[in-house]
Design a protein around this ligand. Structure first.
Ligand code: NAD
Ligand code: UPG
Length: 433
């Protein structure tokens, strides 16, 4: 099939490259000329395992990129993968998608035949029907359900494993305005369903339900993590190893073993934004989301607890403190929602001199927001002479650190990800035991 993807960021680029890998002809459309240039040069615009190989293989063949929305006219369907960030009050900001939809609609005005617009961006129930469809109808002069279809097909991939997740989903969720839409989505994903390692369930549902399933998925996982973090905090008070507790409760199939690693908390481009959006949406409907408020409250407290534990051993004022890990999780250079930000803020508030390291180029983006932090190019350089270290991201290479701790002025290590080995000579503070 001929597919276009509007918005070639973290999701759009991996979706475009994976669909090309499945045999489709794909054009990625982005307003960022740098992204377009890099894809056409066979390079990945983002740090994502497996993606450089796919782009290198397919660029110039089944995958191309352009800044010109007119390219979507030659395709059967268009994925919408533009960003849906939070406003100041946490509510969802649809303005980028709305602006992009005008471009899509104006282009569709000059296309003959049916076209399907598939919303991959995370949007609230109702937004597709009430805000996206009217823009498409107005700018294209066409009628939904007749001249074109609209679908909601949320994406469940995680950063760091995006390619693997896309190619091996446990479910595909389709909401569509008409049967042709459902048909096109089934055809599009057919090669994926054929080749996936596990069986992928196909959920055909309404537009609103498809949108809500995405939020429910993320919010449920965030709540699971906050629950285990709360349990771990109590465990620590009792001197109980919360990882032993996690392992045991994970054996109960109703609980499940995944997403039980307690620690510095959940970050990323999605959990914080999506929990905030659904809380704001609930309030708009006059519903107080008390549990979800607590889910966020527990999460935001974790990095501050780490600084509190450090201060049990060292007064950080005027002292050099190392922050290891800036990306919100391993396998990505993305700092959106990173727990390191809250740790840095708490350290700076208490007068510490923060020195930070991440194995990716995450420091470039971090430096724009936290210019007073010293960014160094190795964990060893960060630890050298530091009066404490906070381990914020579970990069495997941090687990291999050992003699580097001996160069610290005060070897106090607060392990937010349970990856540092306790040993003599290190004052170890875990969040989880
Ligand atoms: N990041 C993830 O892993 C993930 C996973 C599932 C769902 N989502 C959802 O997918 C959506 C995209 O997220 P992301 O992380 O990829 O965002 P992103 O910011 O990385 O990418 C968005 C891209 O859209 C481009 N864009 C903006 N306006 C455009 C226009 N008019 N025409 C063409 N391109 C335009 C931007 O230049 C940018 O490259 C969000 O709604 C997010 O919640 C993200
Ligand atoms: O046991 C765990 C698992 C995760 N995390 C943290 O949780 C956050 C999110 O991790 P993860 O879910 O692996 O990455 P994301 O890329 O944010 O993926 C989530 O957000 C995406 C965007 O919506 C969804 O598509 C995915 O299904 C959903 O898992 C990170 O800070 C992790 O460090 C923990 O603290 N403990």
């Amino acid at each position: 099939m001929n597919v276009s993807v509007v918005g070639s960021g973290y999701v759009g680029t991996s979706v475009a490259a994976c669909l090309a890998d499945l045999g489709h002809d794909v054009v990625a459309i982005d307003i960022d000329a740098d992204i377009v240039e890099r894809i056409n040069a066979g390079e990945s615009p983002i740090h994502e395992p497996g993606l450089p190989e796919l782009i290198e293989e397919h660029a110039g063949g089944r995958l191309r990129a352009t800044t010109d929305h007119a390219a979507l006219r030659d395709t059967d369907l268009t994925f919408v993968a533009m960003q849906t960030p939070s406003r100041e009050d946490g509510s969802i900001d649809l303005s980028v998608v709305e602006a992009g939809m005008r471009d899509v609609g104006e282009t569709l005005a000059e296309k003959d035949g049916y076209h399907l617009v598939v919303v991959k961006s995370t949007v609230l129930p109702g937004m597709t029907e009430e805000r996206i469809v009217p823009i498409l109808e107005e700018t294209s002069g066409k009628t939904v359900g007749e001249d074109f279809g609209v679908a909601v097909n949320p994406e469940f991939q995680s950063q760091g494993t995006a390619v693997e997740d896309f190619l091996n989903p446990d479910k595909l969720v389709f909401g569509a305005t008409d049967d042709r839409g459902f048909g096109l989505l089934n055809d599009l994903y057919d090669p994926l369903v054929e080749q996936a390692d596990a069986e992928a369930a196909i959920v055909e549902t309404g537009l609103r339900e498809a949108a809500m399933i995405k939020y429910a998925n993320n919010v449920f996982l965030a709540a699971k993590l906050s629950t285990i973090n709360e349990i771990a905090n109590v465990c620590k008070e009792y001197g109980v190893d919360s990882y032993e507790v996690s392992e045991a409760i994970g054996l109960d199939e109703r609980i499940g073993a995944s997403f039980l690693r307690s620690g510095a908390g959940w970050g990323g481009s999605c959990f914080p934004k999506d929990t905030d959006a659904i809380r704001a949406a609930a309030r708009e409907q006059d519903y107080e989301p008390a549990l979800l408020d607590a889910v966020v409250g527990v999460n935001d407290r974790q990095p501050v607890r780490m600084v509190d534990f450090l201060e049990k051993h060292v007064d950080v004022e005027g002292k050099r403190v190392a922050v290891l890990g800036l990306a919100f999780k391993p396998g990505t250079d993305d700092i959106r929602g990173s727990r390191s930000k809250l740790a840095i803020e708490a350290l700076e508030e208490r007068g510490a001199d923060v020195v930070a390291f991440d194995p990716t180029d995450a420091a470039d983006a971090m430096a724009e927001q936290y210019p007073d932090v010293e960014y160094v190019d190795s964990a060893a350089a960060a630890l050298d002479g530091a009066h404490g270290a906070l381990v914020m991201t579970d990069w495997p290479e941090f687990a291999a650190l050992d003699p580097e701790f001996d160069a610290m002025a005060d070897p106090v290590v607060v392990d937010g990800r349970r990856i540092i080995e306790r040993r003599e000579g290190i004052v170890y503070e875990g969040l989880t035991w």
